[in-house]
Every structure is written in C-alpha cells, then in structure tokens.
Design a binder for this molecule. Sequence first.
Ligand code: SUG
Length: 455
Amino acid sequence: MNTATISNVQEVNFDGLVGPTHNYSGLAVGNVASMSHGGLVSSPKEGALQGLLKMKSLMDAGYAQGVLPPQQRPDIGALRDLGFSGSNREVLACAAKEAPQLLRAVCSASSMWTANAGTITPSMDSPDSRVHFTPANLQSSFHRYLEPQTTGRVLQAIFRDERHFAHHPVLPATPAFSDEGAANHTRLCGEYGEPGVHLFVYGRQAFGDVRSGEREPKRYPARQTLEASQAVARQHGLTASQTVFAQQHPNAIDAGVFHNDVIAVGNGPVLLYHEMAFLDEEGTLDELRYKMATPLIPVRVPVEAVSMEDAVASYLFNSQLLSNPDGTMTLVVPGECQEREAVWRTIQDYLLAGNNPISEVMVKDVKQSMRNGGGPACLRLRVALSEAERAALTGRVLLTDALYDDLTAWVNRHYRDRLAPDDLADPQLAEESLVALDELTQLLKIGPVYPFQLG
Ligand code: SUG
C-alpha cells in the first residue's frame, strides 16, 4: 500500500524517555563522556525533564515529535541468566557484593538513546512500500546488548499495523554483525517523500580483506561492521543504487567518535560533517552525488575550525537538523556548543552565515544525557511517515500538550532527584521503577512490552 506522496511525508523524531535508573557508571568504552563521568551522582528526574522539555520545545516549534518508553531496569532477569538466584532482593544484594560491574550494567538507562534502537527504511524507498524496522543488536557492550528484545517489542507494539509496517529480526549478536542502528545510518533525499539514498557508515569490516585491519582504530573499538550494515540494507530490500557504504575514519573513532552521528548529520540533501568523518571523503561524496536524485549539499567543517577534541566535547555534529516549511533548516545543538568558543563561532560565522539551508540554531540543555555521551541526535529515532502511516500508529506516542503534561507529572511522581552508583543496589529502586513503567504503558496505551508484564 503506497500512501506516501511527496507532500504528506513528515519526519517524526521519536525521543527516548530517560529511565528512572539513569546513572553514571562509565560503562561505554570509547565514549569519552561516559568514561570520564563514571561515579558521578546523576539526577534521573532532571534527565527525564530535560528530555521532555526538548521534545516539547520542538513540538511547539512545529516539528512532529514522538516518544518511546524506557526499558525495565535493573534487568534482574539478566542477572538470573548469569547465575544469581533467590528473590529479587537477594539477586540484587548478591550482585552488588560479588559483581558490582554487572549490577551497574543491568541498571543502565541507555535505551534513552533511541538513535541506537534500530534502523528504519521509510516506505518511499522499500520495495513493498512499507516502513521497515530492524532493532540494533548493540552487541558491542553488555549493558546495551540487553536492549534489543524489548526494543523490538516496543517498535512492534507502536508500528503494529502490518499493512504499513514490516519488522525484521535483530542481526546475529556476534562481532561480525555488530550493529548500532540509525546512529550510523543517514537517509539523504530531496523532500522526505522523494526517493532517498541511504548512507551506511561502518567502522570495520569483519570478513574479507585481511589488510582492512590496518585501517581500523587502534585505541577504541569500531562498533559497526560493514557486514551488519549490508545485512540491514538487504533485509529492507534496498538496492545498490539506493545505498552507499562508507568507512568511518579510524582516527575519529580513536578520538572518541564511537558513532557516525557524533561527527556527521544529514537531513534532506544536506550533509553536515567534519572533515575527519569518513576515511574516503571524496569517494563517499562522489558516490552520494552519483546516486542521489537531487543535488547533494555538503557542509564540510574543517579541522582548523573545529578540532576533533572540540567536536567530541561539544557534540556539534550530534545536532538535529530539522526541515522548515520554507526550505530552511534549524540546527538543534546541545548547550555544550556554547561553552566552546571555536564551536560557537563556527556555528555563527560559518554554518548560519554560509551558503546552505541552515538558517537558525536552537540550543537545548540535555546535560544529564550528555554526561553519558548522548546529545540531542542520540536521543531521537527518526521515522519518516506518510499521513496514513502516522494515522496507523498504535498508542498515544505522538507528543501533544496533554501528553507532555501527563509525562511530566509521571516523572515528578516517580523519579528520584539523585542517584549515586551505590544506590543501584537498593531494592526499592527496582520496585519503584516497575510501578512507574507499568503506569507508563497505560499512559502511552501501548499494551504490555516489559518482561515483568509478560510473565
Ligand atoms: O552507547 N552511552 C551510550 C551513548 C549513546 C549515544 N548514542 C548515539 N551516539 N547515537 C553509548 O556509548 C553510557 C552508559 C554508562 O556509562 O552508564 C552509554 O552507554
């Protein structure tokens, strides 16, 4: 059923709600912010409210905004799978004593970064004219490997209507198919309803060329493989003429760029990127130009303007680039961009003043998430949907003033103001979280999605 026309397709940004166990445990190797903030006291309440305010301000500015629920944490089932037994309280107490690193992992609220929830192909580009979904396996780290099952259930609950939506299995959770979802995928196009070209960015190749290892990062892991990106493209029915596979620059990964969306962001025909983003910059742009139906608008930021250190610390490239009805675009940057002079100057003097559609900057405070390496773009999953596809969504997941008010009240009712790493063993926290999440699925009207609801 092809319901998409050029004019009725909108990009909906589905932001992940920050969960009640949001904390700083320094779990993510290669993610400079996460590694340097481990051990700090977090504020789950402030984090969730910051996320909701970002959503609300973008909704108020006229952008379509959706919301995705957090996951059940602590994941006591994962601790049981690892041999802990007894009551929930006993499992938590034992893990806290014997394997505190495992307890921290099963408490991570990392599902807030929905750019890693999965990869989406909109109906305009798929052979059966349905929207295609593949949850990311996130097998690079244990705390994120715990996400895909519930992610799959959440996506299937919301995008339930089989006439419009198709769901694929998570790729095998093994290093060869290491997949981090939309954070390494950008769809470039004219209008959203026009055909797009899919840029998949990978960090390493698992099979084949033995010399490819020489071009891999030395310090930090490359999370996405070419083989994973190719498999997702295959699942979604994308052809060679619709796809470009580009290797991320290994030096960027070694500087803390663990996903492509930390160094590049695309929207419509615009690709905003740092010169260190791709190993073969010219080849990547040439292939995009060749395959795209509309002229590519590359906006290249040179290292002289923004150093790698500034790029990683400010998350300039983890901005959201949003289309306005008059053809201009708005760049939604984290507050940290204002704190780095070179970055702020580049935004004002180069991006806004340059010959490109970016005409406005909006600054958002998402500091609680930023300290774990998650900026505005990490917090959202982009899904381009036709009017009929939006109407076919299940649940109350598109933000309205009423939903914003309900979610804000829900956070204020259930979330803690502060959470220190030692608090993660508190059995009360686990119980509070379940009560909160049960209420949330009712509020969002998505039905049971959590292990504790499924029995
Ligand atoms: O996978 N941080 C996440 C941040 C993900 C950002 N997403 C995108 N770039 N799209 C990660 O590294 C830190 C959790 C902790 O340390 O507790 C963490 O998992």
